[in-house]
Design a protein around this ligand. Structure first.
Ligand code: GLY
Length: 397
């Protein structure tokens, strides 16, 4: 009898816990996560050496930081702007301002394509919120610097210089995100040339980076002599023909963003096709957090990539604004599932842990044995962005 009672009690408690979990609305979830994020990101500032930005956690368990030239330097200030937008917290505002303005000289960088990530996340969000004219100037100069990497014969911006002596003009799918700096500045300053560069890059990438099933290669190398493709390969994925999860996420986000600015249906359809590839992939787990590569032979005993899920969720919410009600619900439901998983104990760090990063379990470069199953500053950025987009677009707040 006693045993029976204990068993009954167990099921009652388990049942009520499950019910409580099911009952958390997205509004409650956002209001639970954001205050933790605000405190974590204030705490992060205490941990950072002067002049450094958060990057990840190193193999020996210490906070890994970077200088302003690392491609991720804009994500900490960008996340701070989002957190200020949510909370109105003055300390967060001052941190956002400080870490944004530390990136000022990035506007003159012409040696790689990451100026878009670095400046649009920091100064772009900063300008959206403050309307500070000096911030706009930085964005305008940054776009000019980025545009110097455009090759008219190829029709693309060169991503990296020559880390591999075999490459002549490497373009990675991640570069789609850098286009937002160009197209935003083009719109703000009526600059047709920047508009043309952004669209040309998106069109050429659409033609050459994608397979028939709308998955994409990580890197395409072009011949500057005639614009032909020389190689299609991966650097961070499992193999040249595999589908690296974050690459698919950049592609989805990039084409939905390009549609938002141009209203060109080719971009919308590209984004919808990429979304379908991602959401219907047989290797996509039920909880919506992809393995680091959709084709990894180690699945299901393999690493997940929280950063890819966060970027996908943000891209899907964006895309949901431009499609029919039925299609919209599919994207929102999928993004909601991803955000719920990312907000669970498995992925979201408890306050005061995780060296003040928000999310656990992202993968930087598994082939490079670098930053595997660790926090990443970009995972946090797109997670917070997606939660705020959900609040605005879906909850209409
Ligand atoms: N843009 C580099 C990465 O996604 O890891």
């Amino acid at each position: 009898m006693k045993h029976l009672l204990i068993i009954l009690l167990f099921f009652l408690i388990a049942g009520s816990c499950q019910k409580r979990q099911e009952e958390e609305s997205m509004k409650q979830l956002i209001d639970r996560v954001m205050p933790v994020a605000v405190e974590q990101y204030k705490g992060m500032a205490q941990l950072l050496p002067e002049g450094q930005f958060p990057r990840s956690i190193s193999e020996d368990g210490r906070l890994k930081t970077s200088n302003k030239y690392w491609w991720c330097s804009g994500f900490y200030p960008g996340t701070l702007w989002y957190l200020y937008e949510y909370s109105g917290d003055e300390d967060i505002y001052h941190l956002a301002e400080k870490y944004t303005e530390m990136l000022d000289s990035i506007k003159y960088v012409t040696s790689d394509h990451d100026v878009g990530f670095q400046l649009f996340c920091s100064y772009g969000n900063g300008y959206r919120i403050t309307r500070c004219p000096e911030y706009k100037e930085v964005l305008v100069q940054g776009a000019k610097s980025l545009a110097t990497r455009f090759h008219p014969v190829i029709g693309c911006i060169q991503s990296w210089d020559f880390d591999d002596p075999e490459w002549r003009f490497p373009v990675i799918i991640d570069n789609m995100l850098n286009l937002e700096l160009l197209i935003w500045v083009a719109e703000q300053t009526n600059n047709d040339s920047l508009y043309h560069i952004a669209c040309s890059h998106a069109n050429v990438t659409k033609n050459n980076h994608f397979r028939k099933n709308f998955s994409c290669y990580h890197l395409v190398d072009y011949d500057p002599a005639d614009g032909s493709t020389r190689k299609k390969q991966t650097v961070q994925g499992g193999g040249d023909e595999s589908s690296w999860a974050r690459g698919q996420a950049w592609a989805l986000y990039g084409y939905s963003m390009m549609y938002r600015y141009t209203k060109d249906d080719n971009y919308l359809n590209q984004a919808r096709n990429i979304a379908n590839f991602i959401m219907n992939h047989p290797a996509m787990p039920q909880d919506g957090i992809p393995y680091w590569d959709f084709d990894s032979s180690a699945i299901p005993d393999d690493y997940r990539d929280a950063s890819a899920a966060a970027i996908m969720a943000s891209g899907l919410i964006d895309l949901s604004k431009y499609v029919s009600e039925k299609e919209k619900n599919r994207y929102i439901n999928f993004a909601q599932k991803q955000l719920r998983t990312l907000s669970s104990e498995e992925y979201l760090a408890r306050g005061g842990t995780n060296h003040c990063f928000l999310l656990k379990h992202s993968v930087g470069s598994l082939p490079g044995k670098s930053e595997v199953d660790v926090p990443q500053t970009y995972a946090d950025y797109y997670f917070i962005e997606a939660l705020l987009k959900y609040k605005k677009e879906v909850l209409d707040e």
